[in-house]
Design a protein around this ligand. Structure first.
Ligand code: EPZ
Length: 428
């Protein structure tokens, strides 16, 4: 398995281009199942997760063509006919958001058999809200041997759906299923993440009628069919926030191009409190830190527009070197402190009590071998490595490859001493 080696201590100077958002791209790809005409997605990130989903969509009948357009990587997805409505365990297990093909398959063909995704390292991650929403839309749902069997032979019907708490995935899934339902669907207590707005914009470009995305009440007026469209994937706010924290950790001056400050305002406010200089315009953010030590601040994760859980591990890495104590509360997932023992291997002083971590800033971190069990935890170790003394080697790099496009290239271009050691021992 590939590893990433970082020799800490280099300041970062330069520009980092922000890619299209992984967590939007994979839902947009699923949307292509809703039409028999091609969906062209521009600003597409090339990631392990988009490849996994491309493989599944091909099995269902989608032609997936990756090209490079005038503005960079594109993917054209064309599903003239659904040849299978089965999403098998092996593929859903590799990438849980594959489960989101259930709604579009059901809406397009009236039936689907999709593996339940199971838990993952950050929590149990049930899909009960997804299934209740599909039932509310008139689907018959049966669970057998780890699979969801869904049927709606006469099509789905609009309904009033109120979620008991905010779920990004369930909101997206309900959108994907309801755009072809007859009548009006109202989604209350909807998630407000930029990825929801991106999905609604794409569906509307395909001829859907979705209003209110980005607020907590979304109205969908069902249409009989959707057509082809071209849609640019929203910039990745988690990649943006991650590199913002890399700059804060290493020091120097970094401009994140193609980034939307408004999507990471909770993080930028925090960074300003720690002592980082932040400036932005419509499509870039510049972060600057001189040699001064960062100040500790407390943090609680929340649904958007609150502080993203997907940036919590990176912020903890940052706080591990700050002056004072920081209390970090995780409110979205029950097991999202898996990076703590690994950060401790680098010399961080962190104790966990339930959903709360106390980070007592230390003067210095020291490089070591580390590994992590999920994507964001892995990248927090890269960030810590940028400031640690000596060499940090991050194992299990496949986690990083799921969600960060050309990570070592982007950081290396700004002066980080970072390289990939391939499984066969070759370095790049
Ligand atoms: C999305 O997961 C993201 N994944 C996650 O990013 C992100 O951390 C999360 O939203 C929160 O922002 C993708 O977009 C692919 P939720 P999702 O439904 O949709 C519980 C990353 O690193 N819940 O908003 O699965 C759930 O267990 C990933 O890129 C139910 O109980 O998150 C969690 O505690 C990790 N029943 C909470 O709700 C349900 O039916 C919020 O989860 C659904 C969710």
């Amino acid at each position: 398995m590939d590893r990433i080696a970082i020799v800490g201590g280099a300041r970062l100077e330069g520009e980092i281009p922000i890619s299209g958002a992984k967590n939007s791209a994979i839902k947009l790809m699923a949307a292509s199942l809703l039409s028999d005409q091609p969906l062209r997605l521009t600003n597409m990130p090339r990631l392990a997760d988009t490849r996994f989903l491309g493989r599944l969509l091909s099995r269902l009948g989608t032609q997936v063509t990756e090209t490079t357009g005038a503005d960079g990587p594109e993917t054209v997805l064309h599903a003239p006919e659904i040849i299978s409505a089965l999403a098998p365990y092996d593929l859903v297990r590799q990438m849980r958001a594959s489960f989101n093909v259930l709604g579009p398959l059901l809406a397009r063909t009236g039936h689907a058999k999709v593996s339940l995704p199971g838990g993952c390292s950050i929590g149990a991650r049930p899909v009960d809200l997804h299934l209740k929403a599909l039932e509310a839309l008139g689907a018959r749902i049966d669970l057998h041997e780890g699979y969801v069997y869904a049927q709606a032979p006469r099509g789905l019907q609009g309904a009033e759906i109120e979620f008991p708490f905010v779920s990004v995935g369930a909101t997206e899934h309900t959108l994907l299923a309801s755009v072809l339902a007859s009548g009006v669907t109202v989604i209350r207590n909807a998630a407000r993440e930029p990825e929801i707005v991106d999905l609604a914009d794409c569906l509307n470009a395909m001829g859907a009628k979705v209003e209110g995305a980005g607020t907590d009440v979304i109205h969908v007026t069902g249409v009989a069919s959707l057509h082809g469209a071209t849609h640019a994937v929203v910039p990745d706010r988690i990649e943006t926030g991650t590199y913002a924290m890399a700059a804060a950790m290493a020091g120097g001056e970094v401009k994140l191009t193609g980034a939307r400050a408004v999507h990471v305002s909770a993080l930028l406010d925090m960074l300003v409190k720690t002592g980082v200089d932040v400036a932005h315009d419509a499509d870039s953010i510049t972060l600057k830190r001189n040699g001064a030590r960062l100040k500790s601040v407390d943090l609680t994760t929340d649904p958007y527009p609150g502080f993203a859980t997907d940036l919590q591990a990176q912020f903890m890495a940052l706080m591990s070197l700050a002056d004072g104590e920081s209390v970090i509360r995780e409110t979205i997932f029950e097991n999202r402190f898996m990076h703590v023992p690994e950060l401790s291997r680098l010399g961080a002083d962190i104790s966990v009590h339930g959903a709360e971590a106390r980070v007592r800033g230390v003067e210095a971190l020291t490089g070591a071998q580390v590994m992590a069990t999920d994507l964001r935890a892995s990248v927090s170790l890269v960030i810590a490595g940028l400031a640690a003394k000596g060499e940090t080697v991050v194992n299990r790099v496949y986690h990083l490859d799921r969600g960060f496009e050309r990570l070592e290239e982007k950081l290396g271009a700004c002066g980080a001493n970072i390289r990939r050691i391939r499984e066969d021992g070759e370095e790049s």
